[in-house]
Design a protein. Structure first.
Length: 364
């Protein structure tokens, strides 16, 4: 920031003098927007790295005391533009994940299965101002709301032929409309609204495909979408011993069920013959699995099934999405009807995943 002012002072000394006197009101952002974005991006990396390295707690309190952040995620963000660094130094696995995803895509291509990857952004990149007061603001939003920090690395995926759905621009655009609806304040996962958004994006793609229309026509499941309800939760970033000092967080969600024999029941995503596989970490389980996942019938897979009109096959593993590959290491009969695999996981896995599981082959 100081460097920017020094450059401006040399080029426009009178202009800055008038600004200092209050005789001329002008925004620094308009004078050096690109440089400011870069500066603030680096500032976020700096504060995230410092916080992650100074504390070994699982979660850290934000500048806004109502918000908590996952230390492991801060550690990832603190590594900055990791794709331009030595992978042996920035990655827990020592590997570039792109190579792993490419090898997996090659296996799917040989089976005629389309691959879609959905990395879920770090909460602190969407709400950096809730974590640190060092983040510059403009018109009520962080300056870096206009900076898409993961785009350069995700572009490498696209250039390699991997279909990536980048949620960061969508969630940052959402902040301009509804400031605090994309992520839970006290949980490491996105809000129910974000889960529905992801399901909508995926269903728009799937519903255009001929095989999807055919499978929907033959489906015997009828879906019912209930009215929105409000639930109260203690997020997974609040330790059990500290819960008494926290007020439960209120979340609005919509549940999806089916009716059979006059009874309402959750539609379990366990159809081995389904053309669609959704695979991932706990982001595929939040609001779906119940108990510590806060609710059932309201997760990404629940809304996706309702929107495409048929059941899918879910392969999920908490903490490590690649470990869910074990659940799809199946024979020819399982794979012969598959048309699409959607991989959903936290973006922090790029640097924080210690052991990427890779299947020797598919089918088994």
């Amino acid at each position: 920031m100081m460097l920017a002012f020094q450059k401006l002072n040399k080029k426009y000394p009178l202009l800055l003098y008038l600004v200092a006197l209050g005789l001329l009101k002008i925004s620094v952002y308009s004078l050096n927007g690109e440089e400011l974005l870069k500066d603030q991006g680096a500032k976020l990396y700096e504060v995230a790295s410092k916080a992650a390295n100074q504390n070994d707690e699982r979660s850290l309190l934000g500048h806004d005391p109502k918000w908590l952040f996952l230390r492991n995620e801060l550690n990832h963000v603190g590594k900055g533009e990791f794709w331009n660094k030595n992978w042996a130094e920035v990655s827990a696995s020592g590997k570039d994940p792109l190579e792993i995803f490419l090898a997996f895509k090659t296996k799917l291509d040989s089976l005629g299965v389309e691959f879609i990857y959905v990395p879920v952004p770090a909460k602190v990149t969407i709400y950096p101002d809730k974590f640190s007061n060092a983040i510059a603001m403009k018109n009520g939003l962080p300056v870096i709301n206009d900076l898409y920090q993961m785009k350069p690395y995700l572009d490498k995926f696209r250039e390699s032929g991997i279909n990536v759905i980048d949620l960061e621009p969508l969630l940052k655009e959402r902040r301009k409309i509804e400031p605090y609806s994309s992520y839970c304040k006290t949980d490491s996962h996105p809000s129910p609204w974000s889960c529905q958004m992801i399901a909508s994006i995926l269903s728009e793609k799937i519903n255009t495909l001929d095989w999807s229309k055919k499978y929907k026509k033959n489906s015997d499941v009828s879906f019912i979408k209930e009215e929105a309800e409000t639930i109260k939760v203690f997020g997974d970033l609040i330790s059990n011993e500290k819960r008494e000092s926290w007020t439960p967080e209120k979340l609005s969600l919509t549940k999806v069920y089916s009716m059979k024999d006059g009874k309402k029941s959750q539609v379990i995503p366990d159809d081995d013959s389904s053309p669609v596989i959704v695979m991932g970490d706990s982001h595929t389980l939040i609001y779906h699995e119940g108990d510590d996942m806060h609710a059932s019938g309201a997760g990404i897979v629940d809304h996706l099934q309702e929107k495409i009109g048929f059941k899918i096959f879910l392969a999920a593993s908490r903490g490590s999405s690649s470990q869910a590959l074990r659940q799809i290491y199946k024979g020819k009969e399982f794979w012969e009807k598959k048309k699409m695999l959607i991989w959903i996981s936290s973006i922090r896995e790029f640097t924080e995943e210690r052991r990427w599981l890779q299947l020797p082959r598919i089918p088994r």
